[in-house]
Structure formats: C-alpha cells, structure tokens
Ligand binder design. Structure first.
Ligand SMILES: Cc1ncc(COP(=O)(O)O)c(C=O)c1O
Length: 372
C-alpha cells in the first residue's frame, strides 16, 4: 500500500466517509531526539514496516547534509572506511565485511549466488523472504519448514532436512514477523553442526534490539572460521531505513563471491550517515528505550484485551487479533492505522510495529474501542 495515502484516497478505498483519523502527531518537546516525522493531517499512522521514526538524529542529519559536498565523488573510499570501522568493532578483517544498499541488497545477492546452483535452500515460514524470493527466481527450490509451537525457528526440523541437495540454510533471528528469538546456546549448537554440511545465513536485522536480552551475534562463529554469513542493517535502531545501508560479515571467500552479485551498492550520503550513526551511543540507547516503552504498552493492552501475543526481541509485536488480517487491516486503516501485511498461514495474527510512543498509545486506545 502507498504510504503517502491521502485522506480522500483512504475514504475512496474504504468506500465510507465520516471516519475519524488520529491527528498528525506532535513531537514531544522533552525528548532529546524528537521525531521529525511529518504526517499530513488525516494521513494514517504507519505501524507496518518496522521503522524507527525517531531517526535520524540531528548529528546524522548534519553528516548527511555535509556529505552533499562529496556527492560528486564515487563512494568507494568512504565505503571502505565504514567496512574498516565495522571490521574493527567486530574483530574481523576488513575483507570479511561487505557494505550494501540496505541489507536487502546483500540478501538478494546471496539469494542469486546460491539460487543459481538450482539446489535447495531451507528456511522457516513465515520469515523475511527477500533471499528466498530472489533465489527462487533463479530456479532454486525452497524447503519450507513451519515455525515451532512458540513461533520460533524450528532448528531441530531444519537439521533433519539438511541433505546433499541443500546449498544454504536461512535463519532469521530474531524472526520477522513473529519477533521471537532462538536462544544463544540453541542457535550456536545448530550453526556449529549445520555449517559443517552447508552454508548458514543468519539475518540479524533486529540484533540491536536483542542485545539487552543476551543474544550473542553469530559473528563469533564467523571469526572461528565456520561457513556462516551474518547480515545487519542501519535501518532499524539507527533510524536510517530511507537511505539504504546495511552489511554482511563472513569469511573473505564468501564476501568476494557475494560482492560479485551486488548491483547498485550504497551511496555517499548513506555511508556518511552510517559512519556518524555507528559511533552515536546516546541516540542508540534512546531508540532502544523508546522501543521498550512502546512494546510494554502493546503488551499491557494485549493482556487487558486477552489477546495472545509473543514476547518480542524486535521493534514489532505479533499478536492474535482473532480476525482475518485482510479484514482486520481494513478495519484498522478505517481507524487511521496501517498495520503489517498478511503472514500466511497466520491469517488471524497481525504484526504491529512500535512507531512513536504517542502513536502507539493512541493505537492501543483505538484497539480497546475496537474490541469493546
Ligand atoms: C529480517 C529483516 N531482514 C532484512 C531486512 C531489510 O532491511 P534493510 O534492507 O532496510 O537493511 C528487514 C526489513 O524489514 C528485515 O525485517
């Protein structure tokens, strides 16, 4: 759906008039990092794409503006600077890091690289689909494994299915759309044994949110030389989804192979932004705290309404609305909120992103009215 949907279009879409939309939010002046998101009056609140509406911070904005002076230059030198910075922090060599245009570019490039072998990739469903969708386009089969009862990746079942046909296993931890996380010990054991047989890709887009809950990144195993690729992004906690920058970490051979499959790469402005954001701890912590506050508001509301949900290690929550998502999504849009898309086979569940605290509060009040 078009994010910039106008009130008139919305009314047309719903075929109703007289609906009440929430007012465009006003930044909370007491916040050190007030959200600059401008919503035109009557536009719905976007709680659908797991973005961080508080970003980018003022520092990062300045870095982007200053970077315009270098916009006439190709970004390669600056990208190498960022790769070196990431390598230093992660304790790997720079040739083990590849910065891309959002982690999505790395996911697609990896999907193409492995997909073209026309073997099989194993992944759970529902999950973040970019890598598998791209691999399928190159003739690769996807061996889909259902999530376990807790809506986590079913690592035991994946292990059982690994065979000579498998060219890669994809793991999303924490998982999108369920927000669930496999424990460090389980995932480490799984990665250690599975990477002896096939390459393991671990998508850590929500890694930053899971640090307080003790998720140790699988880069530890990359460093030990196992056949593992880890992806990360600046789109979430760093609040840079719109400028497109992310990265992968793996052994130098894998990085070189995947680099060959990339297309556009990132750009000068995004790289300056990421370098500035990477060192900025106060905005990072602020974002984590705001996210926690919003998650707790969701949990409290779901508890009050008796709606089932899964504890989240991300910036969104998966909850059981009890209605088909097509109908629920339409109902919420009519009340001024865009929620997550359908995630088959969980048609009665909804993924809701945290957004600004005031928007989350208003959504929760609306939800109480909806179920009353
Ligand atoms: C699990 C996961 N991986 C990767 C991405 C892609 O992020 P980006 O391309 O913005 O880095 C997303 C985006 O929502 C995601 O949820």
């Amino acid at each position: 759906m078009n994010n910039q949907i106008s009130r008139r279009n919305l009314v047309k879409l719903l075929g109703v008039s007289g609906i009440t939309l929430p007012l465009a939010g006003v930044a909370n002046a007491s916040d050190p990092f007030p959200s600059k998101v401008i919503r035109k009056s009557g536009e719905p609140v976007k709680l659908s794409s797991n973005e961080n509406p508080y970003g980018p911070s003022d520092n990062v904005r300045k870095a982007i503006i200053n970077a315009f002076d270098e916009a006439c230059r190709y970004p390669y030198g600056k990208v190498s600077e960022l790769e070196e910075k990431i390598a230093k922090r992660e304790g790997v060599s720079p040739d083990m890091v590849l910065v891309t245009g959002g982690s999505n570019e790395a996911l697609r490039a990896t999907g193409r690289h492995f997909g073209i072998e026309k073997k099989e990739i194993i992944a759970c469903k529902p999950t973040y689909l970019a890598l598998m969708t791209y691999a399928e386009d190159f003739g690769c089969d996807i061996n889909w494994v259902p999530l376990d009862d807790e809506l986590k990746y079913d690592l035991n079942e994946i292990s059982r299915r690994v065979s000579d046909k498998t060219s890669m296993v994809f793991i999303c931890n924490p998982n999108n759309p369920t927000g669930t996380m496999n424990t460090a010990i389980d995932l480490e054991d799984f990665c250690l044994s599975t990477s002896k047989k096939t390459c393991v890709f671990v998508d850590e887009a929500y890694y930053d949110y899971s640090i307080p809950d003790g998720y140790p990144t699988m880069t530890k195993l990359v460093k030990e030389g196992h056949d593992i690729i880890v992806s990360r992004t600046f789109s979430k906690v760093y609040g840079l989804a719109g400028v497109r920058i992310g990265y992968i970490i793996s052994n130098a051979e894998r990085i070189a192979e995947i680099k060959k499959c990339t297309m556009a790469g990132t750009n000068m402005l995004a790289t300056h932004a990421a370098i500035a954001a990477y060192d900025e701890t106060d905005f990072f912590e602020f974002s984590l705290n705001k996210n926690k506050e919003a998650l707790n508001t969701f949990y409290k509301t779901f508890d009050e309404l008796g709606l089932e949900y899964r504890k989240s290690y991300t910036n969104f929550v998966f909850f059981k609305s009890g209605k088909h998502i097509d109908e629920f999504g339409k109902d919420m849009l009519g009340r001024g909120y865009i929620v997550g898309r359908p995630f088959p086979p969980y048609y009665e569940w909804c993924r809701i992103s945290t957004g600004r605290v005031e928007d989350v509060n208003a959504f929760c009040e609306e939800l109480k009215r909806y179920y009353s």
